[in-house]
Design a protein around this ligand. Structure first.
Ligand code: 26Q
Length: 823
């Protein structure tokens, strides 16, 4: 497993240059003299990929040589972002690559990095978390494989036209994507539909089997995930669906040519597109098909890997630990049971033991509309054998519940995997919770709410099953790559070990009163802001002043995340400036970014609302030098890399109890932004760590919100009490932000003033007061920089390395396996 040819493996600038030259000529069919930026991007990517291969193969060889428990991270989404710079960083050859591309007459490596298009194979937080975790697993030298779907079309690209979101198909594969390796010889066969039957086998045993009516083939596409400055290179294995035959010959012969092609198209549809509605479950048949497709391929792949290594399948749980990223892959509980019982002829109890020991489940939401439920008839028609197994799992489980709570029928109905209220459905969170040995939330508050509100009876039944692992983000991408100015300042001050040991950042606390250092720290931020200002100008034509306070809210657009609270606050500031009562407000640039689910009309209207405000504010000369509003189109990982390092104020303003964790909040804090936020998700822990004096807290707590709701919440009372809020609402009603159209924002106003499900009105005044504290703090730049520095210094806990260490020791029971290269 070793390849020593310098053209393929050398890591000095000469070797990288030679590798690029070879790929230009042989792989791309281009002469160096006529190569475009894109050609050079491809050539460098292939050259870098070559250099990963020794490590990638050595990592697989290490496990083959000596069995070692491996993490299988099951996720319907992996939002991995651009790959080239991350691989250069982790290999340690950024400078060599810079030098090599300069020999092709390129001014800066950045020009080449900018060409890369990212695969948007995720919606937001959950998908990005999976990507951060894969990077940390590799960096911590833990053998791991990420299993998911290779969607042909990822999350849509967003353009803004007349203030509205327009969705454009994301054709990420169009120019050829150099980071994947198709492995068709390891394809898997997956069934759907059909029926089940009982039979007696050769030994006279009664057995069940599934006779599917439809099939698809999963073709693995592997993406190498290299750890930081180690030889461990893990794998992301994404499945693409192919038709079983290129077309049905019988149908072709009888002349139904279109029918035959249709069948082929139908099976290839499975991995065609990512569902873009994060947060609401539509219960679509194709979505369930996608889930079963990738889960079945992955489990078959894992069993096969035991067999090829001559490890008995009985030892599945000693060799694999499966983490379910939300309920999207929860069908794994039934599928693993089916494979073990029907295909490998295990007894029920042993199969259940193996399943339960290997599977763990992460919950990412408490929102009822986001909890996956499948209509029973739909489920039965697609996965009849799985439904039988689920009935048996449920029967045995409910028997346990009966013993524990004799005579309590209510609890049986509450805990059953089958929802019998109204039309029957399969509750995936129940299947996952019963099937897994561990259920974790993603921040302390969220994990607590899972136990107290979402699943109190389950928590009572199995108190030790419910745990917390607070989310984290990788400091390689979110500091070293995206904030090179801060990274080199850190290197200078405390040495470079912070990249793998973020706790070392606390050494910066010694500098909190060092005036010179604070100036330098502030100057790195200004550099990021200048770059972002340039980007904003190029993208939107809006000129923003980098010396103003950059106030940023980037995340999916949702009512619970309350971008409209931020928007209302802007109107209040606008009115103060107009009225001449804005005495000590800080000059601000308020920046928004984020996509709305295409079918989520209220979220789309929120985008229109922000753009309506931006149009009025930015055109008003009274606002010059005081207020600018920007909606950045098409927020994604790549844009995130520009934004976090350029932010002064991070907006984390969700209704308390609604945001499971948040991870953007962590990226901002690491990069020295101060947070204005509620006591929600990981904000609570961020505030605890950075210090309450370095965090702008506002808003009702989760328990206060609960009380309000119980006692009958009336938003109108809050509006009446608040002159600034009333005035802002009146202005919207008059059509001031919609060219006189007083109907446009009616649904938004009706929601806010009618029932206000996310308590925007209840938190408004307190939010405005907190924003006044922000403005005041901004007046004293030294003091602001000191607070910002303390945010960076104390954010080490939010490294995904810490999260992954916790998963490894408390849930997965896996150890690192150092990979050596012997040539
Ligand atoms: C479900 C059914 C049908 C179609 C789509 C979906 C679907 C898809 C994506 C449901 C939810 C998602 C994504 C959820 C998500 O991103 N949750 C976020 O996870 C982060 C990582 O833990 C947290 O930080 C955020 O708080 C949480 O909102």
């Amino acid at each position: 497993g070793c390849y020593a040819d310098p053209i393929k493996a050398g890591i000095d600038a000469d070797a990288v240059f030679d590798g690029m030259t070879e790929h230009l000529f042989f792989t791309l069919g281009k002469l160096a003299t006529s190569a475009s930026l894109r050609d050079l991007y491809m050539a460098l990517s292939y050259a870098v990929r070559d250099r990963l291969m020794t490590r990638y193969l050595a990592s697989q060889e290490a496990i083959r040589a000596k069995p070692h428990k491996t993490v299988a991270y099951f996720s319907a989404e992996f939002l991995i972002g651009p790959q080239l710079n991350n691989n250069l960083l982790n290999l340690g050859i950024q400078e060599e690559a810079e030098e090599a591309v300069k020999r092709f007459g390129i001014e800066s490596l950045n020009d080449i990095l900018e060409v890369e298009e990212e695969p948007g194979l995720g919606n937001g937080g959950l998908g990005r978390l999976a990507a951060c975790y894969m990077e940390s697993l590799a960096s911590l030298q833990v053998p791991a494989i990420g299993y998911g779907i290779r969607y042909e079309f990822g999350i849509f690209n967003q353009i803004i036209r007349d203030g509205w979101q327009i969705e454009v198909t994301d054709k990420w594969l169009k120019g050829g994507w150099p980071w994947e390796l198709p492995q068709p010889d390891e394809s898997c066969f997956v069934g759907f539909g059909g029926r089940t039957e009982n039979y007696i086998d050769d030994q006279g045993n009664y057995r069940s089997r599934w006779i599917p009516s439809e099939h698809a083939i999963g073709v693995p596409h592997d993406i190498p995930i290299l750890g930081y400055r180690v030889n461990n290179c893990d794998r992301l294995r994404l499945w693409r669906a192919d038709a079983t035959e290129s077309f049905d010959f019988y149908a072709f012969n009888i002349g139904d040519y279109y029918g035959a092609v249709e069948e082929k198209v139908a099976s290839e549809t499975i991995s065609k597109v990512l569902y873009p509605n994060d947060g609401t479950d539509e219960g679509r048949r194709l979505r369930l098909k996608q889930q079963h497709f990738f889960v079945s391929c992955s489990l078959q792949d894992m069993i096969r890997s035991l067999e090829t290594r001559n490890i008995p399948v009985e030892q599945f749980s000693e060799n694999w630990t499966v983490q379910l990223n939300d309920t999207h892959p929860a069908i794994a509980v039934a599928e693993l049971m089916r494979l073990l019982i029907d295909n490998h002829h295990f007894e029920w109890d042993q199969a259940w033991d193996i399943t339960n020991r290997s599977v763990a489940y992460t919950n990412h939401t408490l929102l009822p509309e986001a909890l996956e439920k499948w209509d029973l008839n739909l489920f039965k028609s697609l996965l009849p054998r799985h439904l039988e197994l689920i009935y048996e799992i449920n029967k045995r489980f409910l028997q346990q519940v009966r013993l524990r709570y004799p005579g309590n029928d209510l609890i049986l109905r509450k805990l059953s995997i089958i929802d019998e209220e109204g039309s029957k459905a399969v509750r995936m969170a129940h299947l996952a919770t019963i099937g897994a040995h561990n259920v974790n939330g993603v921040a302390a508050l969220h994990s607590d709410l899972i136990k107290r509100q979402l699943m109190p009876e389950f928590a009572d039944l199995w108190p030790e099953k419910f745990t917390n692992v607070t989310n984290g983000v990788t400091p390689r991408r979110w500091v070293a790559l995206s904030n090179p100015e801060l990274a080199s300042l850190l290197d200078q001050e405390i040495g470079s070990n912070w990249i793998t040991n973020m706790d070392l950042l606390t050494q910066l606390e010694e500098k909190e009163n060092d005036s010179n250092f604070l100036d330098v720290f502030g100057a790195t931020k200004l550099l990021g802001k200048r770059k972002l200002a340039g980007y904003i100008h190029r993208q939107t034509g809006i000129l923003v002043d980098p010396s103003t306070l950059f106030d940023v809210q980037v995340k999916r657009i949702h009512q619970y995340k309350r971008q409209h609270l931020n928007a209302l606050q802007i109107i209040a500031q606008y009115l103060r400036i107009k009225n001449g009562t804005a005495h000590s407000i800080a000059p601000r640039t308020v920046i928004f970014g984020g996509k709305a689910a295409p079918g989520y009309l209220m979220a789309k209207l929120m985008i229109r609302f922000i753009n309506g405000i931006a149009e009025v504010v930015n055109a008003d000369p009274d606002m010059d030098g005081k207020l600018r509003v920007v909606f950045l189109p098409d927020y994604n990982v790549k844009l995130g890399e520009q934004v976090y390092s350029a932010t002064d104020l991070s907006e984390q303003i969700s209704t308390a109890g609604k945001e499971a964790s948040g991870t953007g909040n962590m990226k901002f804090a690491m990069n020295g932004a101060l947070t204005i936020g509620t006591l929600d998700g990981a904000n609570v822990e961020i505030r605890d760590r950075v210090g309450k004096e370095n965090f702008f807290l506002f808003g009702k707590t989760e328990s206060e919100i609960m009380k309000l709701r119980k006692n009958g919440y009336d938003p109108k009372q809050y509006i009446e009490k608040s002159p600034e809020l009333s005035e802002a609402i009146r202005l919207i009603e008059l059509g001031h932000f919609s060219n006189g159209d007083n109907e446009l924002f009616r649904p938004l106003l009706n929601s806010l003033t009618g029932y206000d499900p996310f308590f925007v009105m209840a938190d408004f005044d307190d939010y405005l007061l907190a924003q006044d504290r922000v403005s005041k703090a901004w007046q004293n730049h030294k003091e602001w920089n000191r607070m910002a520095l303390l945010n960076t210094a104390r954010s080490g806990f939010f490294s995904s390395d810490r999260s992954i260490r916790e998963y490894c020791s408390s849930i997965w029971k896996v150890n690192p396996l150092e990979v050596e290269i012997t040539c």
